[in-house]
Design a protein around this ligand. Sequence first.
Ligand SMILES: Nc1nc2c(ncn2[C@@H]2O[C@H](COP(=O)(O)OP(=O)(O)O)[C@@H](O)[C@H]2O)c(=O)[nH]1
Ligand SMILES: [Mg+2]
Length: 355
Amino acid sequence: MKAGIIGLSSVGKTTIFNVLNQGKAVIAPAGSRRQEPNVGIVKVPDPRLEYLFTVFHPEKETHATVEFVDVQGLVRGKGQDLALAPVRTVDALVHVIRAFEDDSVPHPDGSIDPQRDRQNLDFELIVADLATIEKRMERLEKDLKKLKNPALEKEHACLIRAKAWLESEKPLREMEMSDDEKKLVKGFSFLSEKPVIYVENIGEDQLDRLRHPLGSTGLRPNTEAAVICGKLEAEMAELPREEMQTFLTDYGLSESGAERLIRTTYRLLGLISFFTVGEEECRAWTIVRGTHAQNAAGVIHTDLQDHFIRAEVCSYDDFKTHGSMHALKEKGLLRLEGKEYVVKDGDILNIRHGG
Ligand SMILES: Nc1nc2c(ncn2[C@@H]2O[C@H](COP(=O)(O)OP(=O)(O)O)[C@@H](O)[C@H]2O)c(=O)[nH]1
Ligand SMILES: [Mg+2]
């Protein structure tokens, strides 16, 4: 699962990408344009998994991951095809919006206005999608003149609806669609259809906003919001773990902005984790919410899916309360579930198979 970081230039995209990666992608000097996107695989922080490591002391500790892609800045109204191409393939957008004041970092529109920038970029996505639709409709209408084909007619009707929606300046992520339409639309990789996290990059003089997390009220469908201070996070990422903890506590925060952002992205993508445990490896596996046990087994190995018999399941909370698999078994809290069982976030699974 991949998330693409987008936004105007010099809003802090690469700074935030680096913080997420605890890595060192090149920060282009303000105003320059770099072509290749930075790509990073980021561990999803999970205190539950950390606890399991302390119980099992496994040889291998494996977190779930999300991939982040950092593309070059977008320029308003300049035909975004080039800049947006790497973003077509991502599953969600992380839209970084500048809220920090800093005279040494120029803003393309001359002033700091997060609301305006957010609307402008949303508008760019809508325009890019309209261009995609118009191109396809031209072709489609030619073909339909030659041959009446029910599949093409259906596509045409769907695109007409999507076009009208976009023309009313609404993103496709807010349009209700039938399953058929969803499938059709998927093939176009529309930008305004992707779920989005709006990330406000605040200045060090606005840190009190971190202590007032945004609720989900007022959020549009398929969106999340987060506040982060790129500069502070970059400084924090340099600190050893314990010092970082003290630092956070001093600010009255329970986790870093980077951790919060990664977890928010994971949630927005509709992802949850289940665990496998043992002395060899403790691991978090990623599945889409609603996945059945047999398919979840397939994420570990196709053999486990093919020869699936039962899943031995307990919840993380039960495990934590009782402290060992043995105790759970005695209490009857270790369940045997069939292939249709819907795996829950935090389930600990042991796949019984006949392979
Ligand atoms: N004052 C301040 N400067 C920042 C912050 N985040 C990024 N910058 C600076 O803004 C400039 C552009 O940052 P960069 O991450 O390259 O932006 P990008 O073009 O969106 O990738 C750099 O000089 C950063 O040091 C912040 O939170 N506060
Ligand atoms: Mg950059």
